[in-house]
Design a protein around this ligand. Structure first.
Ligand code: NAD
Ligand code: WQD
Length: 340
């Protein structure tokens, strides 16, 4: 069974391609490499021992996307990762985010309908919850107005999928996966996160600091109402996150879902503070990290973590990798990058 993976050369997409192939599916990648590198394909080849078909196509380009569906008959489901994902950049370039993130979904849905492909897994985000009133957040926790254009694109895309599936002649079945904070790398250290420039996210900033590429980590605020004053997040290993997609694809192909569109949190169900992550990294790497406490970062949610029960009960999905092991894998990946 072929599974089309848009954004399959990216961080989460590439790990999902590995898990799909190892589960016996035939992944087909569509990526325009706007935020990834061709070297990812070599990493996939090294892990899987074969090439994964990859089309250098922009999902907004309808003719090119149609071309992929023509050349790859028998696609059973699409996993749609392709999007821009930098929160700060989305504030500076909102139109680029609306165009790329919603535009690519619209084109994809039209082409899927034309080719009779009915199953879609969509990369959503815990950012749709904004600053939640109670923790942990369940899938029924109301979404809040998004704090960035990026977050709004995720809310809009969720709505677009719901409305498209609800149309009278629709055959679309969707699973919306709301990821919490993905971290870490493949155990082989052949795949991992490749941030361009200065990383925005915590873990690549930590590993780059430990590797001497950055002077120090600044922790954004220590006066929050959390156990040690720093923000709380739900950090999930990217390999575990990838497994959630396999469970979602299976559920769509089995056609047992009672609703056309289902939503799942994908997290560990456990929150960690920034300082806990720093100390866990020190333990995992055996290094001391140079860090300082700085001011709060505008727009940060003080604390959020997933209620992971629905994913466990309905998808049979639970995480397996500890925070320590996740950070150890991130560090191994950083060391591999340093080796060139
Ligand atoms: P990534 O940037 O590493 O991967 C996205 C991939 O999509 C890249 O390879 C990029 O080149 C490609 N792409 C972007 N626009 C495209 C287009 N128009 N056509 C074809 N390819 C295109 O990001 P990621 O971290 O792997 O995230 C994957 C998805 O998960 C995104 O939708 C992101 O919003 C979502 N998400 C990410 C996180 C996170 O913290 N990493 C958290 C929640 C949700
Ligand atoms: C994690 C924690 C920071 C860097 C973002 C998006 C969200 C989702 C995941 C896509 C926070 C702290 C960070 C640093 C720090 N992405 N931090 N110093 O903010 O939870 O979520 O990525 O959907 O939409 O907003 O992740 O990795 O940026 O930060 O202290 O140099 O680390 O304040 O508490 P975040 P992050």
């Amino acid at each position: 069974m072929k599974i089309l993976v848009t954004g399959g050369a990216g961080y989460i997409g590439s790990h999902t391609v590995v898990e799909l192939a190892e589960a016996g599916y035939e992944p087909v990648i569509v990526d325009n490499f706007v935020n990834s590198q061709e070297s990812v394909l070599a990493g996939l080849r090294a892990i899987l021992g074969r090439d994964v078909p990859c089309y250098r196509v922009d999902c907004i380009d309808r003719a090119a996307l149609r071309g992929v569906f023509e050349k790859e008959p028998g696609i059973g489901a699409v996993i749609h990762f392709a999007a821009f994902k930098a929160v700060g950049e989305s504030v500076r370039k909102p139109l680029a985010y609306f165009e790329n993130n919603t535009g690519s979904l619209l084109t994809l849905l039209e082409v899927m309908r034309e080719f009779g492909v009915e199953n879609l897994v969509f990369s959503s985000s815990c950012t749709v919850y904004g600053i939640p009133d109670a923790l942990p957040v369940t899938e029924l926790t109301p979404t809040k107005p998004a704090s960035s254009p990026y977050g709004r694109t995720k809310q809009m895309c969720e709505d677009i999928i719901h409305d498209t599936a609800a149309a009278p002649d629709a055959h679309l079945r969707g699973i919306l996966l709301r990821y919490f904070n993905p971290i870490g790398a493949h155990a082989s250290a052949r795949l991992g996160e490749l941030p361009l420039g200065v990383p925005n996210n915590l873990v690549p900033f930590i590993t780059q600091t430990a590797a001497g590429l950055r002077d120090k980590l600044t922790i954004f605020g220590s006066d929050y109402a959390t156990p040690d004053g720093t923000n709380v997040r739900d950090y999930i290993h990217v390999g575990d996150l990838a497994q959630a997609h396999i469970a979602a694809v299976r559920r769509l192909l089995e056609r047992t879902a009672p609703e056309a569109v289902e939503t799942f949190n994908v997290g560990t169900g456990h929150g960690n503070t920034v300082l806990e992550v720093v100390h866990a990294f020190e333990q995992a790497s055996g290094l001391k990290l140079n860090y300082v406490i700085g001011p709060r970062r505008a727009g940060d949610v003080p604390a959020i973590y997933a209620d992971a029960i629905k994913a466990a009960q309905v998808l049979g999905f639970t995480t397996k990798t500890s925070l320590l092991d996740s950070l150890a894998s991130a560090w191994q990946w950083q060391l591999t990058l340093a080796d060139g």
